[in-house]
Each structure stands twice: as C-alpha cells, then as structure tokens.
Design a binder for this molecule. Structure first.
Ligand SMILES: NC(=O)c1ccc[n+]([C@@H]2O[C@H](COP(=O)([O-])OP(=O)(O)OC[C@H]3O[C@@H](n4cnc5c(N)ncnc54)[C@H](O)[C@@H]3O)[C@@H](O)[C@H]2O)c1
Length: 447
C-alpha cells in the first residue's frame, strides 16, 4: 500500500548509520527513496511542471491523466498538450535515464479516479482548471495521496474548509502551487517587509495582468466537440453549456463557470505575497470595495472582468489596492520608512541598501516552479509542512473570491459600496447580495 511505501521511505531516511544499505541507496534520489507521482491535468501548466519535474528528477512519474487525448489549442498555437503528449514526454525522458536504474513505466489515464485507485502512487500533482481543484484534491487526499494543487487553490470560498479538513484529518501533505513562496527573490522582499525593514506597512499595491485572449462576442455559435476531448468530464461539476474552443483549454480562466479571471489567476500570486509580507498568511481583510470593473458586452463567452481595481482594508489599518496593469509590478509594500517592490521584470526599493543581499532570480532546475515541487517532494518524505500549506492557499484564494463578488456586483452598484467581511464566519456581514455571489452550484455527482 501507498502508506506502507511512505513509512518505508521515512524509515530509510531516518537511518543514520547505514550498515547494510549503502549510502548511495539513502541519497535523496536513491530508488528506494523515490516518490511515485501522477500528473492530473497535462495542459499549459501541467506540461510545464511535468518537464521541470523530469528535468530535476524529483521522482517517478507513474501516471499522467487528462480528459484531452492530445491537441493544439492551448495558450500558444504551437503547443500540443494533453494525455498522450505527456506520456510520450515521460517515456522519452525515462528511456534516456534507464541506464541509471531510475526508469519506470508511465500509464496514461482519462479518468482521475483510476489514478487514485493505484496503491503505488504516493502523490498527485493537480493541474486542472479551478472548478475541479477541490474535488480531485479531496478525493486524492481521502485515498491516501499527498497533493500538490495548483493556485488558486479553491474555486469557491466554501472549498477551503473542506480541503483543510481533508488534509488534516487524513494527515496528508498539501502544497498549494503558489510557487512565489519558493522564489528566493520573493522570499527576500516579503520577509524584509514582514521583518519591518520599511517600518510599519501602511499600504500594499498588487497588480494583475490584462487578459491575453479575447473570446467570441454576443451571439457566438457553438462548435462541435472535438473527438480528442471528453467534454462531459471536462465540464464535470460545472453547468451544462454548449461547446466552444474558447471555453475550455487555457481560456477557461476567463469564464466565471470555471475560474475567476485574472483576479484569481494573477491575483492568487500577488495577493498571496501581499499577505506574506503583511504577516497575515492565514488572515483576511475586514472590508472589500470594488473601485472599478470593466466587462466585455453581455453575452460574450468571456464573462469575468477584463480590468478592475479593488481595495481591501485589514484590521491593523493596512490598505491593499489590487489593480489591472502592466505586469512589471507584482507586489509593492509601502511602509513608514520606505518601500519595496517586486515584479516580473525586477525588484526595486526606496533605498538600494534595502536590497543588499538580494539573491539572483533562479533559473534552470532551481527555478521557482521546480523548487516549489522539490519542497513538496521533500515534505512528502519528511512529513514536514510545505511552504504553501492548505491554510495559506485558502486565505489567499478567499481574498480573490471576495473581491470577485464585489467586482461582479459593480455594474449594479458602481463605486462606493463597502462590504464588511468576517474572516471567521467567512461571510459578508452587511451585504447579502455579495454572499450570494460566493455560491457556486455544482452538478451531481460532484456536489
Ligand atoms: N503556478 C502558476 O504560475 C500557474 C500558471 C498557469 C496555470 N496555473 C494553474 O494551473 C491550472 C491549469 O491551468 P492551465 O493553464 O494549465 O490550463 P489548461 O487548460 O492549459 O490545462 C488544464 C488541463 O486539465 C485537463 N482537464 C480538465 N478537466 C480534467 C479532469 N477532470 N481530469 C483530468 N484532466 C482534466 C484539460 O483537458 C487540460 O489539458 C489552473 O488552476 C491555473 O490557475 C498555475
């Protein structure tokens, strides 16, 4: 059984004087210590993570799973992803390694439940659209697997407590895919802000990118479902809807039935970093106000906000402004003694001395995605807490979901509607319409 394998791995790591087992067999990558994983969802991000996982040789990939057999039509036209391309990649890489004794065979699945039945798989890397995150993760945790679940960890506020309970009750490891937690540059900036290097933090500004795709406008026509895609399983718990290419692969993030737009996509990263630097990792705001929101015309397939600006207030008086903008800035902390700012194109500060000791942005097998998965694999072996545990994943996703509730109401309310949020009960206390915006209906049997 998987748990037996895990106990064996933990025990062999705990041996300090290897009398019978040679030291090479106890190294991190020794065959006996290797973790068996399955990748569930092998699209844009899943394939990227899979390539990195294999390049860094983090474990054995025994299974890949996707409801798409394999097709173009992901983020870029030349990307060909899905179940079979993923298996091909694993087979090619492991064949090259077979001489070193680390080869394994990889099976391709369309139904994640088949993967979860396997006792020899220790952990799953869940890289499916957001509307599937909780369901697949919880079923994996219940079947004894550790889980790496991509960000935003949840699709709805109510997913979080269910996922937390599944992790804690089953004594499993869950790493949320907020890989900035494993980026030494982000660590430096957020830890500096947290340590008071710029005095008391007064304001945090976070930026989310503009939409990089435009779906069809009002009156769009449904398309035939491609043969390679099990559309029914792709929809899963989401409402029955006619098929269109722009609904599914990669573009799902712009449709509210499956995601929350750039608010949850980019927002899960930059707002998680905000919470980190503000030292409210598992907390949340007390007030949320949408300052601006723009949408495509009603009836467009993409129905999440194309641009927005919102404000949150925290109990200690810190104000967080999150806004659409160029991606140069991710998170900017403004304190009583200066400011620190991190972004995709560089890190800056009010005083260069604040950046003394700033590490280089890591690349190759040290890049943050790989480092984040490596941290997960280390924790699967050691049973220590990972860098982005389930409670942190929940809190940063909640911030994005409650902002989205107000952003969705913005066309009705306009600016100036301040919703009071109670982080304990996870409800708005003065705005029932906003609470209704948090409800996500799910189709049976997934509800
Ligand atoms: N950490 C990051 O920086 C980062 C970057 C990109 C995406 N992501 C996250 O990764 C997730 C996936 O995004 P993406 O861009 O890879 O999307 P994508 O559409 O390119 O890939 C998702 C894949 O999941 C498959 N899938 C859907 N339902 C499935 C099911 N029930 N079982 C198995 N496979 C299923 C799809 O067919 C598709 O191939 C999202 O939650 C996204 O937020 C994270």
């Amino acid at each position: 059984m998987s748990s037996t394998r895990r106990v064996f791995i933990q025990q062999s790591l705990a041996i300090t004087t290897p009398l019978i087992v040679g030291s090479s067999a106890l190294s991190a990558n020794a065959p006996s210590n290797r973790i068996n994983v399955a990748f569930i969802g092998t699209g844009n991000q899943g394939m990227g993570l899979l390539k990195r996982f294999l390049a860094a040789d983090l474990g054995n990939v025994l299974a890949v799973c996707d409801v798409n057999e394999g097709s173009f039509g992901y983020k870029d036209p030349e990307h060909f992803y899905g179940k079979l391309p993923a298996k091909k990649l694993v087979d090619e890489v492991t064949a090259k390694k077979s001489k070193s004794g680390t080869s394994n065979s990889c099976t391709a699945y369309s139904d994640f439940r088949e993967v979860l039945k396997r006792d020899d798989i220790d952990a799953v890397i869940v890289v499916v659209p957001d509307h599937w995150h909780r369901i697949i993760s919880v079923m994996a945790l219940e079947s004894g697997k550790d889980v790496y679940c991509e960000k935003p960890m949840t699709f709805a506020v109510s997913d979080g407590p269910i996922m937390i309970e599944a992790v804690r009750k089953n004594k499993r490891i869950l790493q949320n895919g907020s890989h900035e937690r494993s980026n030494p540059v982000s660590q430096f900036i957020c830890e500096a802000a947290k340590a008071g290097k710029i005095g008391d933090i007064k304001k945090v500004i976070t930026k989310i990118g503009y939409n990089n795709k435009v779906g069809p406008g009002p009156g769009w026509s449904p398309m035939p479902v491609p043969k390679n895609l099990d559309y029914r399983e792709w929809l899963g718990p989401a409402p029955e809807q006619p098929y269109h290419d722009d609904r599914c692969l990669y573009r799902f993030r712009f449709n509210f039935d499956y995601s929350g737009g750039q608010i949850t996509n980019f927002g899960a990263h930059c707002n998680d970093m905000a919470h980190w630097g503000m030292n409210v990792d598992t907390g949340g705001p007390i007030e949320v106000e949408c300052l601006d929101a723009k949408y495509l015309p009603t009836g467009s397939l993409f129905n999440t906000a194309t641009e927005t600006r919102f404000r949150c207030l925290y109990e200690n008086g810190v104000e967080l402004i999150c806004e659409s903008g160029p991606e140069q800035v991710q998170t900017r902390f403004e304190g009583t003694d200066g400011w620190l700012q991190t972004g995709y194109k560089g890190t800056t500060a009010s005083d260069p001395s604040l950046l003394k000791g700033l590490p280089e942005k890591p690349t190759g097998t040290a890049d943050p995605h790989t480092a984040h998965m490596a941290n997960f694999i280390d924790c699967v072996k050691s049973r220590n807490e990972p860098r982005a545990p389930v409670e942190i994943g929940h809190a940063s996703a909640v911030l994005c979901h409650i902002a989205n509730a107000m952003i969705r109401l913005f066309p009705e309310t306009g600016p100036g509607t301040i919703a009071k949020w109670d982080a304990k009960s996870e409800r708005f206390t003065n705005n029932e319409r906003a609470n209704q915006m948090l409800i996500r209906e799910e189709r049976d049997p997934w509800s």
